[in-house]
Design a protein around this ligand. Sequence first.
Ligand code: ZN
Length: 116
Amino acid sequence: MTSFIQIDKVCKQCGANFIARTVSTKCCSHECSQRNYKKRKREEKIQTAIEKENNEKPYNPVVNEKEFLSIQEVCMLLGASRWTIYRMIECGSISAAKIGRRTIIKKSTIESLFKN
Ligand SMILES: [Zn+2]
């Protein structure tokens, strides 16, 4: 017995309508499915990289011993958003320095916020 099915599908890659012969077919052509596979792999890679980065940056106890903090660390310390910190830098509430593309903030400048 040969099972022969036809399913109306939309190609995941190019969006064209096509007739699939197996339930698992996602693309209209071999070319599309190869492209779709590569795209998925790339997205997976990016996703893994993002997750890895998030996992590597949990609360950092070293913060307490450092004299300079990154924007990220200041966000954690103050429970404020990145943009709030940038705004505070811009209006001069916090003084920051740029090291290449990174912005660092002296910890004492955060502490001085409370000395009013
Ligand atoms: Zn296609």
